[in-house]
Design a binder for this molecule. Structure first.
Ligand SMILES: [Zn+2]
Length: 110
């Protein structure tokens, strides 16, 4: 059997892409999306409509919401990313609970 020829040296930018696992790139993409002016406006508007955590409110507690959660994640349905009916104001604790549940549904991967 012939020996596999040694790979030519990669250019620095190629090496950088290879080193980054795809999960990190997905995170970077997510981070960029969250910085988008359209999303920030949408999120602030939602928080102005529902300034209290909606999950806490259902449990009879009044806790200020800090994050806006997508009920159907935008990865699943990008058309619902700015849909007010798909958004829920949540406190940090409830947002974490819901995100963890979503990740478990997706098979434990983020
Ligand atoms: Zn809450």
């Amino acid at each position: 059997m012939d020996r596999i020829p040694a790979r030519p040296d990669r250019l620095p930018w190629q090496r950088r892409l290879e080193r980054k696992p795809p999960r990190d790139r997905a995170k970077t993409e997510r981070h960029r999306w969250l910085q988008r002016a359209a999303w920030i406006r949408c999120r602030d508007y939602k928080l102005s409509l529902d300034p209290l955590c909606e999950d806490c409110k259902e449990a009879g507690e009044l806790v200020p919401a800090q994050q806006v959660h997508h009920l159907i994640s935008r990865e699943v349905d990008p058309a619902k990313a700015y849909d007010r009916d798909n958004l829920r104001s949540l406190c940090l604790a409830h947002h974490r609970i819901r995100e963890t549940a979503l990740q478990a549904e997706r098979g434990g991967r983020s």
